[in-house]
Design a protein around this ligand. Structure first.
Ligand code: AMP
Ligand code: MN
Ligand code: ZN
Length: 894
């Protein structure tokens, strides 16, 4: 080899080394100054990070957009194989328990010991787990609690299960044993072994999600507290009151992935399960006692105990579902837009761009979180999304700074989060995507995700593929194609409406556009969670300096004063549950409407302080369940009308004063008429309209039919054209009437046509004002209601002020703008409520509410009601000094 060539090689090698050294030094320097700037020198942070869940081999709830698959039992008993995913695999076993009146309560051994020894069993190998299963199989009862981790995981995972028998405490390392946990399935689903939990609503779902473990036969000590009307129902309270043990619930939010667990965490975890058997023992004794004190006949001896057991086992019937949305990140985006962009009433083009960008970033964030198996808030907090969308920084450095800056503004994050520097690793290794999105290089929302997916997980992808995300790749195509297909049914002729299409329209128009529940949190000044609520309630406290913001995403505040009561103290943990944005009937998550269990025609007349429990009585329903619930409610209204002798509709006769609209109803009139003597204003108007527009073209039998309806209204006399014209305005409030008059013409014609079509297609339809009818109204009036409906949850929690009684709810559309509009059942509702208050006082109203809840449950058979929801919810809460609902406060703050 020639010298020249040698020299060349040396120079080349030397310069390569130099470049590499420079590179590495620069890389190190940049890493140490991460806040300044970093760029993806290495492809993805995941290559150098080991996380416990990456050791899992079997993952039941993966991060793909597909549905969660429940356990299928292949025994003969599950007859309808097809429907098995929405059926609880142990439904029949649980139903037996619910109906059984002879349940044996195995923990009533009266030999529970209180003390917690120093020894416990740490279960981390498969053989240890098998031994545990054998031990448990011999027990009649054992106690269970679980701890979760949800910060560095997309769906969260169970990090620890605590199991206590009368003899021992077991801590099961569910990270080490993740793939072996099916060993415990049989004991959990064994109806002969009672599992004692405290507040099991979440645990039940988490066990299904991670291990296909289904709990059959449960005793929930929180439910027992409920039945016993205990002053408080938190575990901390029971531990203190029943066992004399103090706990520090702040440990609940530790990072339960860590190994070994600290001494304090072991102690805390054991405490959560160890005393449950003793507590269950004490509470069942009380329940039995209550039964004997209360009843004369030996038949109801176990009434209270059975009720507690029944409520517990209802919890077991819940099924885990993954949240679904019509486009990745869309729910979060809508919520952010609602909270941060629309909130300022800014409709300039800048904010439209910002909105578009929020949608893109949220879609990207959703996918990134799934790919990397992180929570979306770990990928990019909401605040950072907002900052990026508003500032639209155009250099990578600026982008970096924008994100870092928002984090600085949110310094008071919980201990768990503060160890992570912002911007978080996902952003650091994928900063370029954001840059591209802001520069709008990835033009369409639908295009972003396939590109990102290909870039990260494709053949030369930047990120490692794990068991959590490989099915993302498989499922992704279906997700997108199913999304982009049905978009173009805007301005077609109404006549072409199939029932399906009008249903879709109804969904589009009336379903809530943003998640209804924001799940913002309010903590007491000692760190205990008081309730979940919407943003508005947080702001109420913040604006008055009564609370400080302790977390941004989702927002949480801490009260600066001592609240009058704690939610757990008030006999219902309903308020301290996150609520899922799904239909409480069937679990549908793609669309939902608010449904008022107590119809507005009654509720608007309730005394103010009884109205405030709407969070309990407003639930989300999909269109189908909504229809079922609404039809049942309409039937029940008729029953109420008959029972109380107060007709649903005002019957007007003869003279022309009827067009006055507001009630001129007298007492005797209402007492004399039975409910079916009247004609619904809606029917009257449709009939009159059809006669006016098509009277001479329709078959005479049909014309006669319609004339009868109008005649009935006018007391049987002959009808003139004038009468028909006037009938069009019947039942509208003056405001509605003016609007109608302005819009008469084309839109009226549509309504008549739609009404007729609906009638033809759908004669079996109920005669009330079901969704189909709401649709007619919508078409007639091009109601603005639909726009109001997407308000993103003004009535979450018990804290939101209700702006408008005509939300997206079909059964309230008609009452908009006028409580006394005859179009609804306003006068009927008013009289009923007045009667109840006069005869029975507020208890009458409370009983009345219970009747409606029962009607709802019987009609819909809801499977996804939040834990803590119950028919007998008393609505008795005292309002604290600063409560939004404090009646005295209310006047002074408005
Ligand atoms: P526990 O029912 O108290 O054993 O709580 C079980 C798990 O729920 C904990 O491991 C946490 O992951 C989660 N958790 C419960 N309450 C909170 C809270 N206030 N904040 C955050 N996480 C919570
Ligand atoms: Mn616990
Ligand atoms: Zn990556």
């Amino acid at each position: 080899m020639e010298v020249k060539e040698k020299a060349k090689i040396v120079v080349t090698v030397a310069s390569l080394v130099a470049v590499t050294v420079l590179f590495v030094t620069e890389y190190r320097r940049r890493r140490s100054h991460r806040r300044k700037q970093i760029f993806p020198l290495s492809s993805c942070y995941l290559h150098s990070e080991m996380r416990p869940q990456f050791g899992f081999k079997r993952v039941l709830a993966d991060n793909s957009y597909s549905e969660f698959k429940h356990l299928k039992l292949d025994d003969a008993s599950s007859s309808s194989e097809k429907a098995s995913n929405c059926h609880h695999p142990y439904e029949s076993e649980i139903t037996v328990l619910l109906e059984n009146t002879q349940i044996e309560f195995g923990f009533l051994r009266g030999e529970c010991s209180l003390e917690m020894s120093d020894s416990y069993v740490w279960v981390e190998t498969e053989s240890q787990l098998k031994e545990l299963a054998e031990v448990l199989a011999k027990e009649k009862v054992f106690a269970v609690d679980t701890e979760q981790h949800s910060w560095r995981s997309f769906l969260g995972f169970t990090s620890l299960i605590q199991i206590s028998t009368h003899e021992e405490d077991f801590l099961v390392d569910t990270i080490a044993l993740h793939d072996a946990m099916s060993i415990l399935r049989p004991v959990f689903s064994d109806p002969n072994i009672c599992k004692v939990f405290h507040g099991a609503d979440n645990d039940v779902l988490w066990l299904q999600r991670d291990f296909h473990i289904y709990v059959v036969n449960m005793f929930d000590t929180a439910k027992a507290c409920e039945v016993l009307s205990k002053p408080q129902r938190s575990l901390a309270y029971l531990l203190e009151a029943v066992c004399g043990v103090a706990t520090n619930k702040l440990l609940q939010r530790e990072d339960w992935r860590q190994r070994p667990l600290s001494k304090e965490m072991v102690e805390y975890a054991r405490t959560d399960a160890h005393y449950l058997l003793y507590i269950a023992d004490a509470l069942t004794a009380e329940l039995k006692q209550l039964a004997t004190e209360d009843s004369s006949s030996p038949d109801d001896k176990f009434h209270f105990l059975l009720e507690a057991s029944r409520r517990s086992n209802m919890t077991c019937l819940q099924l885990y579902t993954k949240e679904t949305e019509d486009f990745p990140g869309s729910a979060a985006a809508s919520s952010i837009i609602y909270r941060h962009l629309n909130g300022h009433g800014d409709t300039s083009t800048i904010s439209l761009n910002a909105e578009e960008l929020v949608r893109k970033i949220c879609a990207w964030r959703d996918l990134m979180a799934r790919i990397h198996d992180e929570s979306t808030r770990y990928v990019l907090p909401d605040q950072a999304v907002v900052a990026l969308a508003c500032k639209q920084p155009t250099t990578t450095e600026d982008i970096y700074g924008t994100i870092a800056h928002t984090d600085l503004a949110t310094e008071s994050s919980p201990s768990l989060n503060s160890s992570v520097q912002s911007p978080y690793p996902v952003i650091c290794s994928h900063l370029d995507d954001i840059y591209q999105m802001i520069l709008n290089k990835l033009a369409k929302l639908d295009d972003i995700l396939p590109l990102v997916l290909k870039k990260c997980l494709g053949t030369n992808g930047t990120c490692p593929i794990s068991v959590f995300n490989y099915s993302l790749l498989l499922n992704f195509k279906t997700k997108l194609s199913s999304h982009s297909a049905p978009k173009q049914n805007g301005h077609k002729n109404f006549k072409q409406f199939t029932r399906k299409a009008s249903r879709e329209l109804f969904v589009k128009k009336f379903s809530c556009k943003a998640p209804v529940y924001h799940n913002c949190r309010i903590y007491a000044n000692d760190g205990r969670l008081l309730c979940y609520c919407d943003k508005r309630k947080l702001e109420w406290y913040l604006n008055r300096g009564l609370a400080k913001l302790v977390e941004e995403d989702p927002p949480a505040i801490m009260l600066l004063f001592e609240p009058k009561g704690r939610p757990e103290d008030e006999g219902n943990d309903f308020y301290i549950q996150t609520k899922r944005n799904i239909c409480v009937g069937c679990g549908e998550g793609k669309h939902y409407l608010r449904y008022r269990i107590i119809p507005s025609c009654y509720r608007v007349h309730f005394p103010e302080h009884l109205k405030s429990h709407r969070s309990h009585d407003i639930v989300l329903l999909c269109v189908d369940c909504h229809e079922v619930a609404h039809a049942a409610a309409e039937r029940y209204k008729k029953q109420i009308a008959t029972e109380f002798g107060i007709p649903l509709f005002v019957r007007r006769v003869l003279d022309s004063k009827e067009a006055q609209g507001t009630s001129s109803l007298t007492e005797d009139e209402s007492m004399v008429n039975s409910e079916d003597a009247g004609v619904s204003p809606l029917h009257l108007r449709s009939a009159a309209m059809a006669l006016l527009r098509h009277g001479n073209r329709m078959p005479s039998s049909r014309r006669e039919e319609l004339l009868q309806i109008v005649k009935m209204y006018y007391g049987g006399r002959d009808i003139s054209e004038d009468d028909l014209e006037r009938a069009l305005l019947i039942g509208l409030s003056p405001h509605e009437r003016r609007r109608r008059e302005r819009k008469q013409g084309v839109s009226l014609k549509h309504s008549a046509e739609v009404a007729r079509l609906d009638k033809q297609e759908n004669d079996e339809n109920n005669d009330g004002e079901g969704p189909a009818d709401s649709e007619k109204i919508m078409n007639v009036e091009r109601s603005t209601v639909a726009d109001d409906s997407g308000d993103g949850g003004t009535s979450e929690g018990d804290g939101a002020t209700e702006l408008n009684d005509a939300q997206c709810n079909g059964n309230t559309l008609h009452q908009q703008n006028s409580k006394l509009s005859l179009l609804g059942h306003g006068p009927h509702g008013k009289q009923i409520v007045e009667y109840l208050l006069r005869e029975y006082g507020e208890d009458g109203v409370r009983d009345f509410c219970q009747r409606w809840r029962k009607v709802f449950v019987d009609a819909v058979h809801p499977r996804h009601l939040p834990g803590g929801w119950n028919v007998s919810h008393s609505g008795r809460r005292d309002f604290g000094e600063f409560s939004v609902y404090n009646p005295t406060k209310r006047l002074s703050t408005e």
